[in-house]
Design a protein around this ligand. Structure first.
Ligand SMILES: Nc1ncnc2c1ncn2[C@@H]1O[C@H](COP(=O)(O)OP(=O)(O)O)[C@@H](O)[C@H]1O
Ligand SMILES: [Mg+2]
Length: 279
C-alpha cells in the first residue's frame, strides 16, 4: 500500500473542548461519507480495524473484499446502527447521529427475515416512517409515493403480494424501491446484485445510474470483480483493515486485489478481470 494515497489526514490538534480534530480538507469533510479510525468488534477480534475511508459525491463507489472482510460491518457502522469501539463517521460533514435521515440503506438480502407477514407496498412505506416530515403527509399520499417508487423498479404489479412470495430478484427490487422512497442523498447498498438474474441486475444498475445522474452518492458492497470497471467510479478495498481506495482506474489494480484477497484471489478471478478489460 502506498501511504501517499491515504486521503484522510492524521489528527493534528486538540480543539478547545479537548477533542481531537482534523485539519480542514474541504473535499473530505464535505464528502457524502467519511469514516475515520473506525473499529468494530463483535467479540475479541475486530471485524473492522481502524478504518479510514472517504466516498466521493455524485459517484458510485464499491466496497470490495473477501467473505468476512468486514464489508457489511463497515456499511452498518457507516449507518450508525452498530456500536463502534472507536472512530467517527461523518455524512456530508455532519456527525452520523445528526444525518441519518439523509441515508437510505439496502441491506444484504440474506440478512432479512422474509417470513415476516407484510405486503410489498407496506415494506416500501415502512422506509418512510423515519422521515418525520413525511409523517405529516396523508397516508394516501404516502401510498401513492410508495407505488410510484415500486413502479420505478418494475414492481408496481406486486404491491399487494406478501414479501415472502417473491423471488430473490423481486425482493431486491422491493428493497431498492424502499430506498428510493426515502429520497436520500446517500445510498448504502449491501450486495444489491447477489443472487439476482441478469435482467434484474440491469434494472437495478439503471436505477442506480439515474440516482447518480441526479447528483446522489452511492456506496455499494460488491462481490463481482468482473463488473467493477463497468459499474463503479471509485473503489474501497478492505480486509478487516483498509487496503486501498481511489478511482477505479488507479486503485482497482491486480496488486491491490492481491493484497486484499491474498491467496484467495484465484487465477480464474484475474483471468475474468483481464477479460473484462478486454486485454
Ligand atoms: N452479528 C454478528 N455477531 C458476531 N460476529 C459477526 C456478526 N456479524 C458479522 N460478524 C463477523 O464479523 C466478521 C465480518 O463480517 P461481515 O461484516 O458480515 O463481513 P463481509 O460482509 O465482508 O462478508 C466476520 O468474521 C463475521 O463472522
Ligand atoms: Mg456482507
Amino acid at each position: 500500500m502506498d501511504p501517499s494515497t491515504t486521503r484522510i489526514q492524521q489528527p493534528v490538534m486538540a480543539a478547545q473542548d479537548g477533542r481531537v480534530t482534523y485539519p480542514a480538507v474541504a473535499s473530505v469533510s464535505d464528502a457524502p461519507l467519511t469514516v475515520r479510525g473506525v473499529t468494530v468488534s463483535y467479540g475479541e477480534k475486530p471485524a473492522v480495524f481502524s478504518v479510514d475511508a472517504s466516498f466521493p459525491a455524485k459517484a458510485m463507489s464499491a466496497i470490495i473484499g473477501p467473505n468476512g472482510a468486514g464489508k457489511s460491518t463497515l456499511l452498518k457502522a457507516s449507518l450508525g446502527v452498530i456500536p463502534r469501539l472507536s472512530g467517527e463517521v461523518h455524512v456530508f460533514g455532519q456527525p452520523i447521529e445528526q444525518a441519518r435521515d439523509r441515508i437510505a440503506y439496502v441491506p444484504q438480502r440474506a440478512s432479512v427475515d422474509w417470513d415476516f407477514p407484510t405486503t410489498v407496498v407496506d415494506v416500501v412505506q415502512m422506509g418512510l416512517y423515519r422521515k418525520i416530515g413525511l409523517l405529516r403527509r396523508l397516508s394516501g399520499q404516502m401510498k401513492a409515493w410508495a407505488l410510484e417508487c415500486l413502479d420505478r423498479v418494475g414492481m408496481a404489479d406486486f404491491a399487494d403480494r406478501q414479501i415472502g412470495q417473491l423471488s430473490g430478484g423481486q425482493q431486491q427490487r422491493v428493497f431498492l424501491a424502499r430506498a428510493l422512497a426515502q429520497d436520500a442523498d446517500l445510498y448504502l447498498l449491501d450486495e444489491p446484485f447477489a443472487g439476482v438474474d441478469a435482467a434484474t441486475e440491469r434494472a437495478i444498475i439503471d436505477v442506480l445510474e439515474l440516482l447518480k445522474a441526479g447528483g446522489k452518492a452511492l456506496v455499494s458492497v460488491h462481490h463481482d470483480l468482473s463488473t467493477v470497471r463497468e459499474y463503479f467510479d471509485h473503489v474501497f478495498l478492505i480486509n478487516v483493515r483498509r487496503i486501498a481506495e481511489g478511482p477505479v482506474e488507479t486503485a482497482f489494480t491486480t496488486e491491490n486485489l492481491q493484497a486484499t484477497y491474498g491467496g484467495r484471489l484465484a487465477a480464474t478471478h484475474l483471468d475474468e478481470l483481464s477479460l473484462a478489460r478486454g486485454v
